[in-house]
Write a protein that binds this ligand. Structure first.
Ligand code: S3P
Length: 428
């Protein structure tokens, strides 16, 4: 795609359902008893990988126009797939499903696309092996064979805050003999814990950074309403803050505090934000709000390791914010970004340099001087097959005076298939 993007963005939009919560809604629905109904499920490539995997494991899933219906089979009701389970590009599907399959009484093979096949799996297979799980792979990459076996509970302190690893262990622990206690260095997103507490309140306790899983309790079907994804809303929050003359309201955005780091940074920068919390129905465990952002002058910011988990997927966008701030910003403690759909630290630095942004790549982050005027060195930008990079570059292009192309832009289908349609709506 190539076009010139120099327009303010105005209006109200709703972003698609939360990716992390959509994955978990299918997983918990599948292993509970009864029919779970899911509203606002995200029909993007990653969540459809999770859905297809459970269909392959014998779960009946009915995709209606506005709802997904899942006929749960219980924790012991999954059946062996006749073919490898294809995880596509989805790290979340792979890691969570690995935890679940580790305790089943059949073997499974997980495969994925070229990017996913390069991503590290030892972070889940190591702790799961301590529970008695058994795997084979080449150097801990996909394809991964999971030989389901009886598991035992254990105490585990995560070396790095990771919701994927924590969730894989929780799903294994539900099938283990004995309790499991998980401790995190810093809180990562807690959608798994919240959802498990509704499907099976007796299965989970939480004390500070400790999560205790009590196996042996049934999970019961629920009605799940998925809020809008704050990681998708983040593109409009940033666009609204940096594109002169913009004013955008994003409706029904999930504001679980383990995800709202981007809002804290925007506030620190002096962005004009209004957050109007929505009233929650009784069975909703995830808070949501309507958020309005208006373009304004932005101050530089500094964030470190403690802040990263609550904004881990927004770091490329924060780099873009920094490139428009009135001073030098520092992002550190973000080495995990090197293990995402692309090496997001290297890729952001490479692509931002093409825009003439003053960016220094650190081993664990960036230093960015927003005072320097951008000077376009190349109009040939590259998403590196990474959905969040594709969308970050598209938002950056709104500030350029020349058209650019973004290679493999269709990577946006991983999390936000209607991104361009929403951009169009905000420009008209
Ligand atoms: C996710 C957890 C995060 C995040 C990913 C989704 C999840 O990964 O980056 O996009 O749904 O659990 P890590 O667990 O590797 O931090």
């Amino acid at each position: 795609m190539a076009e010139q993007d120099r327009t303010k963005l105005t209006g109200r939009i709703t972003v698609p359902g939360d990716k992390s919560i959509s994955h978990r809604s299918i997983i918990f629905a599948a292993i509970s008893t009864g029919v779970t109904t899911i509203d606002n499920f995200l029909k993007s490539a990653d969540c459809l990988s999770t859905m297809q995997a459970f269909k392959d494991l014998g779960v009946k899933i009915d995709e209606q126009k506005s709802q997904v219906l899942v006929k749960g089979v219980g924790l012991k009701g999954l059946t062996q797939s006749s073919q490898p389970l294809d995880m596509g590009n989805s790290g979340t599907s792979t890691r969570l499903i690995t935890g679940l399959l580790a305790g089943q009484d059949f073997a499974s093979t997980l495969v994925g696309d070229a990017s996913l096949s390069k991503r590290p799996m030892a972070r889940v297979t190591d702790p799961l092996s301590q529970m008695g799980a058994n795997f084979t792979s080449t150097e801990n990459h996909l394809p991964l064979m999971v030989f389901g076996r009886p598991l035992h509970g254990f105490n585990y302190r995560l070396p790095v805050a990771s919701a994927q690893v924590k969730s894989a262990i929780i799903l294994a622990a539900l099938q283990a003999t004995g309790e499991t206690v998980i401790e995190e260095p810093t809180a990562s997103r807690d959608h798994t814990e919240r959802m498990l507490a509704t499907f099976s309140p007796a299965s989970i306790d939480r004390h500070g950074h400790q999560i205790i899983i009590h196996p042996g309790h049934p999970l019961t079907a629920q009605h799940v309403t998925v809020p809008g994804d704050i990681s998708s809303a983040a593109f409009w929050l940033v666009a609204g803050a940096i594109v002169p003359g913009s004013a955008i309201t994003i409706e029904n955005v999930g504001i679980n505090q383990t995800r709202t780091g981007i809002l804290s940074v925007l506030k620190k920068m002096g962005a004009q934000l209004t957050i109007q919390e929505r009233t929650q129905a009784n069975n909703e465990t995830e808070p949501a709000a309507d958020i309005t952002v208006t373009a304004s002058k932005l101050q530089p910011f500094t964030i470190g390791a403690e802040e990263i988990p609550a904004l881990v997927d927004e770091v490329p966008l924060l780099a873009l914010l920094a490139a428009r701030a009135d001073g030098i910003s520092r992002i550190t403690g973000a080495e995990e970004l090197r293990f995402k759909e692309s090496d997001r630290l290297a890729v952001v630095a490479e692509e931002f340099r093409k825009l003439g942004i003053a960016i220094e790549e650190l081993p664990d982050g960036f230093v960015i001087d927003g005072r320097q005027n951008w000077q376009l060195h190349s109009t040939d930008l590259d998403s590196h097959h990474d959905h969040r990079i594709a969308m970050t570059l598209k938002i950056a292009s709104l500030l350029l005076s020349k058209p650019v192309t973004i290679r493999d832009f269709d990577a946006v289908n991983i999390s936000y298939p209607s991104f361009l349609a929403d951009l169009q709506r905000l420009r008209s």
